[in-house]
Design a protein around this ligand. Structure first.
Ligand SMILES: C[S@@+](CC[C@H](N)C(=O)[O-])C[C@H]1O[C@@H](n2cnc3c(N)ncnc32)[C@H](O)[C@@H]1O
Length: 246
């Protein structure tokens, strides 16, 4: 399937649609993630032409992104560390496997593209995940790395906006007042991953070339990424695109 039309529309229409789905995300996750999946797959198809690409979706969740990329003819495998999440879609989406993104059982140079959406902030070892993503990419292959950074308005997940008190006091105060969150508890399923430190880690690498860094939902505003401090709030969700060097 190829289409030239952006699946969620453009401009204000797109933001309104995504925002209305995001507000219902807790009770109805599927429409929101399907819309994001369609958008991501459309973007990757436009950028790289993913038909026939062998793609790995790291921290794939229920597989909505994998499903969306398959509509463009990509062969997608997904890996996630939580069996409950892998079977959440009904019926479950095929081609997903249980595994740890910090130590993946794939040989080096296995994939044309590696997609990793919103999992970096859920691991205590983001740099090990990045190592693994690059290891399994073929030379010249593309990488997509996006995450919700800690000081994003959604960075605290269940405990928004307590993250603004910092990773030491925010979670403590939240839990004192509300009890532990149902998921993504700080230090277990959620970690403070900042844009500045992640960019420093990524820019040190000599085995990739970074092609673009941008806010995921408003990529036109990528000038924000160059402004320390402000970027930690206004980016909301940061995307780093890169290619593995030959
Ligand atoms: C918020 S979900 C993101 C799901 C999907 N990629 C998306 O963008 O909607 C984060 C996922 O990362 C998975 N995850 C966290 N740490 C992991 C690890 N070390 N190895 C594999 N999966 C991991 C979690 O189980 C969870 O399903």
């Amino acid at each position: 399937m190829t289409t030239k039309k952006a699946p969620n529309g453009t401009g204000i229409k797109r933001i309104r649609l995504l925002w209305s789905l995001f507000l219902k995300e807790r009770s109805e996750p599927e429409p929101f993630y399907q819309a994001l999946g369609a958008e991501a797959a459309f973007d990757l198809e436009k950028r790289y032409g993913i038909q026939g690409h062998r793609i790995l979706d790291v921290g794939c969740g229920p597989g909505w992104y994998a499903e969306a990329m398959r509509k463009y003819g990509a062969a997608v495998l997904g890996i996630d560390g939580d069996m409950g999440v892998l079977t959440r879609a009904q019926p479950p989406i095929s081609g997903l496997m249980l595994g740890d993104a910090t130590l993946m059982a794939f040989p080096d140079n296995s994939f044309d593209g590696v997609f990793c959406s919103n999992m970096l902030e859920h691991t205590s070892s983001p740099s090990m995940v990045v190592d693994e993503i690059i290891r399994v990419l073929k030379p010249g292959g593309w990488g997509y790395l996006s995450w919700t950074n800690w000081y994003s308005p959604n960075g605290g997940h269940n405990m928004n906006p307590y993250q603004y008190l910092g990773p030491k006091w925010g979670p403590r105060l939240y839990e004192k007042r509300h009890g532990p969150p149902p998921d993504n508890r700080y230090g277990e399923g959620l970690f403070a991953v900042h844009i500045g430190s992640t960019l420093r880690m990524i820019r040190q690498r000599t085995d990739i070339s970074i092609t673009r860094i941008e806010p995921r939902y408003w990529p036109w505003a990528r000038f924000i990424i160059a402004i320390p401090g402000l970027r930690e709030f206004f980016t909301w969700n940061c995307v780093i695109r890169f290619n593995r060097r030959n």
